[in-house]
Structure formats: C-alpha cells, structure tokens
Design a protein around this ligand. Structure first.
Ligand code: NAP
Length: 249
C-alpha cells in the first residue's frame, strides 16, 4: 500500500530526466501514471516498462503541450484510462540558451511555448475533472533560474518566473474547490538538459551549491510525490527549491 494508491497522475515530459523519475516515484507510491512525451517514444516506453516491471500501472501518451488540442488530449486520455485526474505535474520544459543581444524570436517563443504556455494549457484542461471531483493536486516544475535569473537564459528565466506567478494565481483561484497548486524549483540536476554544459560552466554553477554536488532527478521526485500526498493538504501557492542550497530566502 502506498500513500498515492488509486490516484491518477499525468506527468508532462515524463519520458526522460526529472519527469521520468517523477513518474516512477508516483507509481512506486501507488499512483496510476500517464507518461507524456513529445517525440521520444522509446524513452517513454522504457519508463512504462520500469513502472510495470515494479508492479505499477501506467500508459504513455504522445503530445506537444504547447498545442491546445494535444493538451486537452492528455487530460482526456488520462481520465479515459484511469477514471479521474487527481495529480497533474507540469514538467515538460526546454532551454534555448543565448545572450539577449543574439537571442532570436524563435528561441524566445519556443521556450515560452513549451514551458509557460504548455503549463497554462494542460492546467486549463485539467480544471474540468478536478473541479468536478472537488479536489486535485497541481505541481509545476519551474527552476531556480526563475527565482534568481541566469545570464544567457533570459527566455527560460522569464518562462520559469511566469510559472511561479501562474502557480500563485491558480492556487488562489481553486483553493475553495479543494485543489492545491504548488511549484518545485530544481537547481542543477544531471539530465539531458544539462548534459551539454562545459566543464567551466559546471564549475561556475557548482561554486554556488553549498551541498557541493550536482543533483539527480531522484533528488527532486520525492518532493513532488509529497506535494501530491495527503501530507501536503495545507500547502498551496508555494515555490519550493530543491537546489542544494543555491537559493536561500
Ligand atoms: P529533459 O531531460 O530534457 O526532458 C525533457 C522532457 O520534456 C522530455 O520528456 C521531453 O519529451 C519533454 N518535452 C519537451 N518538450 C515537450 C513538449 N513540447 N511537449 C511535451 N513534452 C515535451 O529535461 P529535464 O532536465 O528533466 O527537465 C524537466 C523539467 O525540469 C523542465 O521543466 C526543466 O526546465 C526543469 N528543470 C531542469 C533542471 C535541470 O538542471 N535539469 C533544473 C531546473 C528545472 P521527449 O523525450 O519526447 O523529447
């Protein structure tokens, strides 16, 4: 018996990195999980295999969160498969780094579309089943970069700060309906997103991490599962950092 037994969860961008670890942790604690991905079906299938191999229940659904039809399809597919949508984790995200002077409109738009617009569209689609059930948990994956900024990531910092504002507005809007909405802000996590960093870039970031190591996706997933659990009943509108102490405020 897990503390999320019987709950239905949708994790956007669940095929790799932090999303993968969240899918596996939610399933380990008893949730039925929709593993969303954009294009990497093989990676999503491997998450499915890991969950089913451990005795859990999961499905995969392809879909671009920045498209309204696809976002609605993720929610509908989850409700059709599991009968409800109790936990939404808006995790899908991309970076397109570059200095502001050279940042193209495409790089700005792509990052807003996946990170911020995607979070808006999937959350909006999730409102109907959650309001009908008079309950639900929404957890938005932002970043410490949305809190403290980062040179070369003006597009990403703006999108992630936008997610924090969105989280607080939605939390106030739906609190009376038994739905909580929180954000989780990871620091430096070893995934495909950070794999392209140079040693100099890694060393510069590490100098800002009091705990002195790069995190793994498994360092983030337990907080997300906690926010989805009964233990977090009285927590809403918060942005909680999982960053080895990079930001202390
Ligand atoms: P990742 O390893 O690159 O995985 C990204 C995931 O998002 C993949 O599952 C990918 O699907 C999916 N995805 C991308 N665009 C999508 C779209 N338009 N629609 C649906 N799915 C889409 O990334 P990660 O490092 O785990 O990051 C996960 C989240 O944590 C992101 O929001 C990121 O901004 C945030 N974050 C990461 C770090 C870090 O250090 N890694 C730090 C702070 C915050 P495919 O497999 O199909 O491509």
């Amino acid at each position: 018996m897990g503390d999320l037994d019987g709950r239905a969860a949708l994790v956007t961008g669940g095929s790799r990195g932090i999303g993968r670890a969240i899918c596996i942790e939610l399933a380990r604690r008893g949730a039925k999980v929709t593993v969303n991905y954009q294009s990497n079906a093989a990676a999503a299938e491997s998450v499915l295999a890991a969950i089913r191999g451990a005795g859990g229940e999961a499905i995969t659904i392809a879909g671009d969160v920045s498209k309204a039809d696809a976002a609605a399809g993720l929610v509908k597919g989850t409700v059709d498969a599991f009968g409800s949508l109790d936990i939404l984790v808006n995790n899908a995200g991309i970076t397109r780094d570059g200095l502001l002077m050279r940042m193209s409109e495409d790089d700005w738009d792509a990052v807003q579309n996946t990170n911020l617009r995607g979070t808006f569209l999937v959350t909006k689609a999730a409102m109907r089943p959650m309001l009908r059930a008079r309950g639900g948990r929404i957890i938005n994956i932002t970043s410490v970069v949305g809190v403290m900024g980062n040179a070369g990531q003006a597009n990403y910092a703006a999108a992630k700060a936008g997610i924090i504002g969105f989280t607080r507005a939605v939390a106030r809007e739906v609190a009376s309906r038994g739905i909580t909405c929180n954000a989780v802000a990871p620091g430096f996590i070893a995934t495909d997103i950070t794999a392209g960093m140079t040693e100099a870039q890694i060393n510069a970031v590490m100098g800002q991490v009091p705990l002195g190591r790069i995190a793994n996706p498994e360092d983030v997933a337990p907080l997300v599962a906690f926010l989805a659990s009964e233990g977090a009943n009285y927590i809403t509108g918060q942005c909680i950092n999982v960053d080895g102490g990079m930001v202390m405020a």
